[in-house]
Each structure stands twice: as structure tokens, then as C-alpha cells.
Design a protein around this ligand. Structure first.
Ligand code: NAD
Ligand code: TYD
Length: 350
């Protein structure tokens, strides 16, 4: 593939993926990053990439709901492969205002599929990045496999489920060379601090209250973001058309234990707060409506078929993540101050 379109490349996983891929010796093409630059999209997350790969990377500030805008990007850049990350991604926001999720995640994916379909035989791969949340909630035992039936519980997961079905249908009906990955919760550098791990790291550094929803016994299966990136590249390069792959880190943790681990690691790295250990900052707050109790991924298919395995354990991945936030407070401050939105407006218009 010569010209890979990455959607949502200014977000958390997309920016890590672009950096990862441009550093792989088996990729020599160009990446065109199509991103609406919502509150979650920060071009400064790819400042080093713009500098190091000027001939292999380009940003197009376009909304997936703008059909003409996408068509122009396809035409001007001779796109022949797609990796689709762009989405509204935060469950709590989807509960408060689902409309954006329907537009970006469902209508946006449809618009992208239509452009991809128009490429005909030129299209080498349409990879769709999805979530394990489409499967709903597990009980105390069992795992999600690629054949688990869909049962989404939040407007976010329902919108992702809908987009998965559209992508699958475009393979069955029009023969598009699609692959889909359903991944568990990611964590790592450049994660927007509304999600559990970066939120708790930053609040705990500052000695602020740490909100844990409900009883804190909800379980997530954590995957370091670079391991997700390597899985996606394996699937794009070697996956089979029409196939779905589950990706997970075999790192099931309760939310409470994640928060407590972050607290003890920060106590070790920075010393305790004058008030005492950081775990004393934990406060149980009102539960999220429709809160899924447990997610856990069976990733044996991608391990067996594509030889992928995660490189990081939760311990090593979390250490690297905490260190990254401690060393990149300027990135955090720019996100929090809204300074980067001002910068976006200056660079790309409103
Ligand atoms: P994110 O919220 O950090 O980034 C999303 C990016 O998409 C942003 O740059 C945003 O500007 C862009 N975007 C949103 N709407 C758009 C639109 N209409 N047109 C163009 N660009 C638009 O999200 P993330 O955490 O990086 O997640 C990326 C993908 O991975 C999503 O599809 C998500 O469902 C999926 N996923 C995420 C996780 C996770 O733990 N974060 C786990 C599994 C799957
Ligand atoms: P989150 O990072 O929002 O990801 P997702 O909802 O996609 O799994 O939340 C991870 C878990 O942490 C989820 O069970 C909700 C919980 N949570 C809290 O307990 N407190 C918080 O402040 C947040 C943001 C999440």
C-alpha cells in the first residue's frame, strides 16, 4: 500500500499508531491523517512525526460527516488503504449527549465506506478499529470471542456495534477487503484525561479526590496502546479479508485495584503527600447508568493466526504511562487550558 488513510489520527490510539507505523521497516508508504479535530483530537500529539517524517505524513482537518470533504481527500491523495479509528469514544459523554456518537460513529463510517467502495479494485484494505464493549457485559467467568453475540449497553457501544455491522455488510455485499478488530481498554501516552487511568494519574499527582464509580469492582482487561498498534498493523498486513480479530492484554483488573496501584506507584515515585498515602484520596461516587460489570477478551485467534502477542504486562505498561505523564506536563496543560484549541483555530481555521 502506498497511501494509507488513517482517520482519527490526532486522538489517543490513532496518534500512537501513526508514530508506531512510520517507525516500522516494513512500511514505506505515506500516511494521510483525516481528523475533525474535536476536543479529543490534538495535532500537537504528532508534532514529532510532522518533524521527523515530513514526506510521509500529512494532516487533513476534515469531518467524516462532510462527504465532499472526504471525497476531496481521497482524490488528492490517491488513497489505496484505510485504517479507521475516528469516533466519539467516551461512554459518559455518550450517556449525556448521544447525538454526536450517532453522527460520527455511524454516519461517518457509512460515508467512509462509500468512498472506499468507489475505489473498486484499487482498495487493498479497509481496517475498522472497534471495541469489546459491543459484546455487552460478562458475568464472573467467561471471555468474549469473535463469535460472541453483540449486546451493547451504552449509546457509545451501540454506535460502535452499528458501525461494525456496516463494515461487515460492505464486505458481504460489495466485496470490500475489510478487517475488524475488537479491542479491550487501552492505556498509555497521549490518553485524553477524561478516561480512568490518565484522569486518576493527574488527579493523584495533584492530591485531588479520585472518583471510583459504584463499588469499584467492575473489571476491565487493560492493553498497553503500543501493543494494540502492533496488533492492528499485523491485521492490516496479514489478516484475512472479512475476518474479525479480538485484541486484549490478558490483564483483568478491578477499577479499584487499578486506582490503588496508580496511587502506590506515585507514592513511590514522588513520595507521599503531606496528608498521607494517595489511596486515601479515593472516593466512591454514584455509579454510571448501564455500567458494564466485566470485560475480558479471548485473544487466542490473533495469537494463533497472526503470531501476535502483547509485549507489556500491566506493571511495565503502567510504569511507562505514569512516567510519560510526569515528563509531559506541557501536553497535559495545553489540553486542559484549551490552549491547543486556540492553536488549532490558528492553524486550520474554526
Ligand atoms: P479518541 O477520542 O482519543 O480520538 C478520536 C479521534 O477521532 C479524535 O482525534 C477526534 O478528533 C476524531 N474524530 C471524532 N469524530 C470525528 C469525525 N466525525 N470525523 C473525523 N474525525 C473525528 O479515541 P481513541 O481512544 O483514540 O479511540 C480510537 C478508536 O479506537 C475509536 O474508534 C474507539 O472506539 C476505538 N477503541 C478505543 C479503545 C480505548 O480504550 N480507547 C478501546 C477499543 C477500541
Ligand atoms: P473509562 O476509562 O471511561 O473506559 P470505558 O468506560 O470505555 O471502560 O472507564 C473505565 C472504567 O473505570 C469503567 O468501569 C468506569 C470506571 N471509571 C471510574 O470508576 N471513575 C472515573 O472517573 C472514570 C472516568 C471511569
Amino acid at each position: 500500500m502506498n497511501n494509507l488513510l488513517v482517520t482519527g489520527g490526532c486522538g489517543f490510539i490513532g496518534s500512537n499508531f501513526i508514530r508506531y507505523l512510520l517507525n516500522q521497516s516494513d512500511f514505506s508508504g505515506r500516511i494521510v491523517n483525516l481528523d475533525k479535530l474535536t476536543y479529543a483530537g490534538n495535532p500537537q500529539s504528532l508534532g514529532d512525526v510532522e518533524h521527523n517524517f515530513p514526506d510521509h505524513y500529512q494532516l487533513e482537518a476534515v469531518d467524516l460527516c462532510d462527504q465532499r470533504g472526504i471525497a476531496k481527500v481521497f482524490k488528492q491523495n490517491d488513497i489505496d488503504a484505510i485504517c479507521h479509528f475516528a469516533a466519539e469514544s467516551h461512554v459518559d459523554r455518550s450517556i449525556n449527549s448521544p447525538g454526536e456518537f450517532i453522527q460520527s460513529n455511524i454516519v461517518g463510517t457509512y460515508n467512509l465506506l462509500e468512498q472506499a467502495r468507489a475505489l473498486g479494485d484499487k482498495l487493498k484494505r479497509f481496517h475498522h478499529v472497534s471495541t469489546d464493549e459491543v459484546f455487552g457485559s460478562l458475568g464472573e467467568t467467561g471471555f468474549f470471542t469473535e463469535t460472541t453475540s453483540y449486546s451493547p449497553n451504552s449509546p457509545y457501544s451501540a454506535s460502535k456495534a452499528s458501525s461494525d455491522h456496516l463494515v461487515r455488510a460492505y464486505h458481504e455485499t460489495y466485496g470490500l477487503p475489510v478487517t475488524i478488530s475488537n479491542c479491550s481498554n487501552n492505556y498509555g501516552p497521549f490518553h485524553f484525561p477524561e478516561k480512568l487511568i490518565p484522569l486518576v494519574i493527574l488527579k493523584a499527582i495533584n492530591g485531588e479526590t479520585l472518583p471510583v464509580y459504584g463499588d469499584g469492582k467492575h473489571v476491565r482487561d487493560w492493553l498497553y496502546v503500543e501493543d494494540h498498534c502492533s496488533a492492528i498493523w499485523q491485521i492490516i498486513a496479514n489478516g484475512e479479508d472479512g475476518e474479525t480479530y479480538n485484541v486484549g492484554g490478558r490483564n483483568e483488573k478491578t477499577n479499584l485495584s487499578v486506582v490503588e496501584t496508580i496511587c502506590s506507584k506515585l507514592d513511590e515515585k514522588l513520595g507521599q503527600l503531606p496528608s498521607g498515602p494517595r489511596k486515601d484520596l479515593i472516593e466512591f461516587v454514584k455509579d454510571r447508568p448501564g455500567h458494564d460489570r466485566r470485560y475480558a477478551i479471548d485473544c487466542s485467534k490473533i495469537e494463533k493466526d497472526l503470531g501476535w502477542t502483547p509485549a507489556e504486562s500491566f506493571e511495565t505498561g503502567l510504569d511507562q504511562t505514569i512516567d510519560w505523564y510526569l515528563e509531559n506536563m506541557a501536553w497535559v496543560d495545553s489540553i486542559k487550558s484549551g490552549e491547543y484549541q486556540t492553536w488549532i483555530t490558528k492553524q486550520y481555521g474554526s
